[in-house]
Design a protein around this ligand. Structure first.
Ligand code: AP5
Length: 208
């Protein structure tokens, strides 16, 4: 399956992506994770580091290049889940063109829908174990005592609000775009992790 997971910051994309990829045996391709890894390796231009820290979006060409290269890897040939990409209509059109050249196309676009007050609480209280990459939440999924916790620099409330605004202005328009293609499945992401997981698989089950 070739999937896209779209949703605002803190909606639970990374959390649900793990379940989907495990069950379907496909790789998770997260542009946010790839960019943070490039930053940690000192390979991300300072202007792009600054844009991420301020809650903005990187140029479409940067995101498209990352994804084009990643989709060349052999593990992506039988399917993949894109998490956090595309984020703009030019990225979505670029992705369609990349896949068309390879004689394939997206199957399903899952949209996680979550009210704004929950998004802020989820993002601000998120912590990640730097050794394992495991995502925790101080209230809903507390980490074990020996975890080495990291707080993302863009998970402070003022930046989260800017990221939500960027989603509203530049990404939310993808929902009607994919609706017109007949690929959109909306999922209520406001429940518990388990409840959302159930709805995600129900949406995928009705997707073919
Ligand atoms: P990215 O890393 O993609 O961030 P995001 O889209 O803002 O998404 P998040 O990682 O914040 O949230 P999530 O939906 O994955 O939630 P999670 O599962 O962790 O992008 C970061 C930046 O990179 C962007 O701002 C931009 O600058 C740049 N970028 C990336 N891609 C780009 C692109 N294509 N183009 C241009 N720029 C790009 O969950 C959040 C928390 O909630 C966790 O603590 C989790 O434990 C908890 N939680 C999850 N589900 C539930 C639940 N159901 N109930 C209770 N708690 C829950």
């Amino acid at each position: 399956m070739r999937l896209v997971l779209v949703g605002p910051p803190g909606a639970g994309k990374g959390t649900q992506a793990t379940f989907i990829c495990e069950r379907l045996g496909i790789p998770q391709i997260s542009t946010g994770e790839m960019l943070r890894a490039a930053k940690a390796a000192g390979e991300l231009a300072q202007e792009h580091v600054d844009v991420m820290a301020e809650g903005g979006l990187l140029p479409d060409a940067v995101a498209l290049d990352l994804v084009r290269t990643r989709l060349d890897a052999p593990d992506s040939r039988q399917g993949f889940l894109l998490d956090g990409f595309p984020r703009t209509e030019p990225q979505a059109r670029g992705l369609d063109a990349i896949l068309e050249k390879r004689g394939t196309a997206l199957d399903v676009v899952l949209a996680l829908e979550v009210p704004e007050d929950l998004l802020i609480e989820r993002a601000v209280l998120r912590r990640t174990d730097r050794r394992t990459g495991q995502i925790y939440h101080l209230k809903y999924n507390p980490p074990p005592a020996d975890a080495e916790l990291e707080h993302r620099t863009d998970d402070h409330e003022d930046v989260v609000r800017k990221r939500i605004a960027a989603y509203r202005d530049m990404t939310a328009g993808l929902l009607p775009f994919y609706e017109r293609q007949g690929k959109l499945r909306r999922v209520d992401g406001a429940g518990t992790v388990d409840e959302v997981e159930e709805q995600v698989f129900a949406a995928l089950g009705t997707a073919d």
